[in-house]
Design a protein around this ligand. Structure first.
Ligand code: CA
Ligand code: CA
Ligand code: CA
Ligand code: CA
Length: 298
């Protein structure tokens, strides 16, 4: 029997007991998640003509080029204006109308290249970071004038990507191409990277940095894949759990009941267990009750 079937009064009593236990622990106040400042996170700062591209290093970003393959022509970075129904992406840009491009045709298979940005925030302890980035697999096509002078671009295939979060120049979390097989031509995939930082970390106090990388791997001999596109970069500090454990867009006693079920291992669905981990410690336990109660009464 699950706690869903307990009388509401019994459930509330249980929650109060848990609440007193949790409140008696000398825990820090639960910090709400905050977005960290990223310059030009959606690549809208450098306008490009409708459905056209242009080579430049996007404002706020710098080149990541460990093998020195950038030449600004056949190995380039830049911006793309992409509209729904246009030649590049079926639904256009995920955010605004511009995206960043990393195009590597001259040194296929010659190692990674991309964009990076050092942030003004530093890595803090006792917190949680969530980095999300849209990664695009551009379709072959030709833009309207004046972009048609460049001819038809065969952009079939996908050369792979990495999205990295660094502190003090060291990678602390990354997505190494995990969505590559799921992003079709002309479509986008949402990359999410999360990391919890405990009491101490060797890179604590050092500046955070984001890298968006075209892995420049050969997809197939016929369609090697040249380009990866990026948009809507967001970095949030703090635990994203909001208490909506059953994901019905309400935070109520159903969520509290589910939380208790997770703690008592009456509910084993890992999705619920993840959402019950209110302090992002990596597991759900009594320490998660206080933030859950805060979410319930707010
Ligand atoms: Ca954008
Ligand atoms: Ca492609
Ligand atoms: Ca709910
Ligand atoms: Ca927890």
């Amino acid at each position: 029997m699950t706690l869903h079937r307990l009388r509401p009064r019994t459930l509330v009593s249980l929650l109060i007991v848990f609440g007193i236990l949790a409140a008696s622990r000398r825990t820090e106040a639960f910090p709400p998640p905050v977005p960290l400042v990223i310059t030009n996170p959606g690549f809208e700062a450098n306008p490009v003509a409708t459905n056209c591209f242009q080579g430049f290093i996007p404002s706020g970003w710098t080149l990541y080029d460990p093998n020195g393959i950038y030449d600004g022509a056949v190995d380039a970075v830049g911006g793309l204006n992409t509209q729904p129904g246009g030649p590049h992406f079926i639904n256009g840009a995920p955010e605004g109308e511009h995206v960043a491009l990393v195009f590597l045709q001259g040194d296929i298979g010659g190692g990674p290249m991309g964009l990076m940005q050092a942030l003004s925030d530093v890595l803090e302890t006792n917190t949680h970071y969530t980095l999300t980035v849209q990664v695009g697999n551009i379709a072959s096509g030709q833009g309207p004038p004046p972009c048609d002078v460049f001819g038809f671009f065969d952009l079939d295939g996908f050369p792979g990507y990495q999205v990295q979060l660094l502190a003090g120049g060291m990678i602390i979390a990354q997505d190494n191409n995990s969505l590559a097989d799921t992003i079709d031509e002309g479509e986008w995939g949402l990359v999410t990277i999360q990391i919890s930082i405990g009491e101490s970390h060797p890179q604590a106090g050092l500046p955070l940095e984001i890298r968006l990388i075209n892995l420049n791997m050969i997809d197939s001999p016929v369609d090697p894949g040249f380009e990866v596109d990026f948009d809507d970069v967001r970095l949030q500090q703090g635990c994203p759990a909001d208490g909506d454990i059953d994901a019905d867009e309400d935070i109520d006693l159903d969520d509290a009941a589910l939380f208790v079920d997770v703690l008592l291992e009456l509910e084993m669905d890992p999705l619920y267990a993840d959402r019950a981990d209110m302090d992002c410690s990596g597991y759900a336990d009594a320490a998660d009750l206080r933030p859950l109660l805060t979410a319930l009464v707010n």
